[in-house]
Design a protein around this ligand. Structure first.
Ligand code: AFP
Length: 342
């Protein structure tokens, strides 16, 4: 909320912003607008539980019981159920898929199905919960490819280039929701006093001058030569490159969000901890593809080290991928090093 140059009070709530975006698409029916609004609402519920996590015994194991003898629900399960329950009956979705579940989540047969597919990682970075460090929710939406009836696996297994919405919530010093529908990236901060997301970061662009590199360098000995050499270049140990500062939370949303605003690169490469399976850790559909869509809309780029993340055709719901994401020239440089050194 602020006064513009004419002294008029300006408030851009997320609802108003989503409605204004809808006007860009004259054929829009409003379904996607409402779906986004449902996700913002889910974010408010999760943020509220996250903020009270240390007080209401929702940390720790789902096997625990609170003082009233009620079974305690772990925060990531609570987040998962919040998103599912707020979206299972609206008639907007044909199916959902969550990082917390092995299989696709059907819409209960008593409710109507719709034309969209929602994929989500309800609480990313959950190993940070017990340490009061930032965590997040990642979501993305595809248009279904099947004609009607319950959504199928085929509807979910689409490349990121087909996404119609991607966004995340970060629960930290404040709660923010950042999303794109393909016309720029916009960030909203939750004002807890009124319970509303207000536009605070319109049209986010990754700054041209990168500041940070973010990776779990504890895994360095398991990396390929290309990734090791690339890391040396980011540290200014190769040629005349200036060094970047290192920052790593271990919570993808938090690390990505910081680098989106400050400039830099996040990478989680394939590693050889298990020499038979040199895969990345992050999930293509729940983590890499949505953030890749946001990065590209903000002027950045995302790759698996060989190809554009958004071009990868997923073969399974929980497929993992290496991820290099952030400033375009830094990601392309990673691709060059991997091409040259492997
Ligand atoms: P958790 O949800 O198990 O904490 O995993 C978080 C995550 O998927 C992603 O948010 C982080 O970027 C990455 O894993 C951190 O992995 P390392 O702990 O191996 O660095």
């Amino acid at each position: 909320m602020f006064l513009d140059s004419q002294g008029k009070l300006r408030v851009m709530t997320i609802e108003r912003h989503i409605l204004e975006e809808q006007k860009i698409h004259p054929d829009a029916t409003g379904t996607l607008t409402n779906l986004l609004y449902d996700l913002a609402l889910a974010g408010k519920f999760i943020a509220s539980n996250t903020a009270r996590a240390g007080l209401v015994e929702i940390l720790g194991s789902t096997e625990d019981y609170n003082v009233q003898g009620e079974q305690v629900m772990k925060l990531d399960r609570l987040a998962d159920q919040t998103i599912y329950r707020l979206n299972d009956h609206t008639g907007r979705l044909a199916a959902m898929a969550s990082e917390e579940h092995a299989d696709l989540l059907p819409i209960p047969p008593r409710h109507p199905t719709g034309k969209y597919i929602l994929l989500y990682d309800p609480l990313d970075g959950s190993s940070n919960i017990d340490y009061n460090t930032s965590i997040g929710t990642i979501f993305s939406v595809f248009r279904r490819v099947t004609e009607s009836g319950p959504g199928t696996l085929e509807d979910c297994l689409q490349p990121g280039s087909e996404l119609v919405v991607a966004g995340y919530l970060v629960y930290s010093v404040s709660t923010m929701l950042v999303y794109t529908t393909g016309s720029g990236v916009h960030g909203f901060t939750l004002d807890p006093s009124v319970g509303e997301f207000l536009l605070t970061h319109p049209n986010i662009r990754i700054p041209d001058k990168p500041k940070y590199y973010s990776t779990n360098q504890g895994n360095q000995k398991y990396w390929s030569q290309g990734v090791q050499e690339y890391t040396r270049s980011l540290q200014g140990l190769e040629g005349n490159d200036k060094s970047l500062s290192a920052r790593y939370i271990g919570s993808l949303v938090g690390d990505f969000h910081r680098n989106l605003l400050a400039g830099g690169i996040f990478y989680y490469p394939a590693d050889y901890k298990d020499p038979k399976k040199p895969t990345g850790k992050l999930r293509l559909l729940y983590e890499a593809a949505p953030l890749a869509f946001i990065a590209e809309q903000a002027g950045g780029y995302a790759s698996d080290g060989f190809q554009r993340i958004l071009d990868i055709q997923p073969a399974s719901l929980h497929q993992r991928t290496p991820l290099f994401i952030g400033n375009r020239e830094l990601v392309e440089k990673a691709e060059e090093y991997i091409k040259k050194f492997g």
